[in-house]
Ligand binder design. Structure first.
Ligand code: KIV
Length: 271
């Protein structure tokens, strides 16, 4: 099924309809103008300016160091490129946990300064008040449960979450709560397929999985990972669609050797 590929603009309403009609939602990260343009023109439904920019763009070990100003910089570039997809931006670590007023101020800065369409933030009941306040201000919020990388030092590892009953029940309660307070979608990261399936069938809002199996309403991956730009990151859930690392390396080596042998530029490549 693919009834929405001709939609000129993906909105929250379109995503709702896609879930109702069993039309799967595609989502991918982007952090800059050039990639966002390619990804949008290829027909991805949601573009996430993820705080994974902290890892793949800035080279940090975790998502924690990236700042609100840096997220706004990335998001503005993405928004300038995108014509069709819904653009969602992560609220970075430290910009919404302290209190709900600060959370709202951070979300407003993202919307106002980047032109994005929605924000995403990690957490369940602890983030409830902040999410409510942001939604009340008219800003659409995507939730994020399961493995929440901003809490890596609490978890200690990036392993699969909610394998035991207690954590699974908390995740179910948190998902219901996020729907009740008005989130338009939830990302479920690295949890058992059976639990993700249960949440997706229980809730009306679209559930987007990453490492959460196939029985949810859509999938998200980090673009750098699915394009094969990072040989050192190979979780089971990742499918690589390209070996960009080797392709770029080969092209750069050839360019360098063409310069050194004097074959670049040739007569046609000069004025
Ligand atoms: O920051 C990010 O890229 C994300 C996705 C992994 C869902 O949150």
């Amino acid at each position: 099924m693919n009834n929405y590929s001709n939609t000129s603009r993906v909105t929250i309403k379109v995503l709702e309809q896609m879930k109702n009609e069993g039309d799967k939602i595609s989502m991918l990260t982007a952090y800059d103008f050039s990639f966002a343009k390619i990804i949008d023109e290829a027909g991805i439904d949601i573009i996430l300016v993820g705080d994974s920019a902290s890892n793949v763009m800035a080279g940090h070990e975790t998502t924690l160091p990236i700042t609100l100003d840096q997220m706004i910089y990335h998001a503005s570039a993405v928004v300038r490129a995108v014509k069709r997809a819904l653009v969602v931006v992560d609220l970075p670590f430290g910009t919404y946990q302290a209190d709900s007023k600060e959370a709202l101020k951070s979300a407003i800065r993202i919307m106002k300064e980047s032109g994005a369409h929605a924000v995403k933030l990690e957490g369940g009941h602890l983030a409830k008040e902040s999410i409510e306040r942001i939604i009340q201000a008219g800003i659409p919020v995507m939730g994020h449960l399961g493995l929440t990388p901003q809490s890596i030092y609490k978890f200690g590892t990036y392993t699969v979450r909610a394998k035991d009953d207690d954590e699974a029940n908390t995740l179910i309660d948190d998902s219901k709560m996020l729907e009740n307070i008005g989130c338009f979608s939830i990302v479920l990261e690295k949890i058992p397929n059976i639990l993700a399936k249960k949440v997706a069938s229980m809730l009306k809002l679209p559930i987007i999985g990453i490492g959460a199996g196939s029985e949810v309403d859509g999938q998200v991956l980090v673009s750098h990972d699915m394009l094969g730009m990072n040989k050192d990151f190979s979780p089971r859930f990742l499918r690589r669609y390209l070996d960009l690392d080797s392709l770029v390396s080969k092209a750069v080596k050839k360019y360098s050797s063409d310069i050194k042998t004097g074959s670049f530029p040739n007569k046609e490549e000069q004025y």
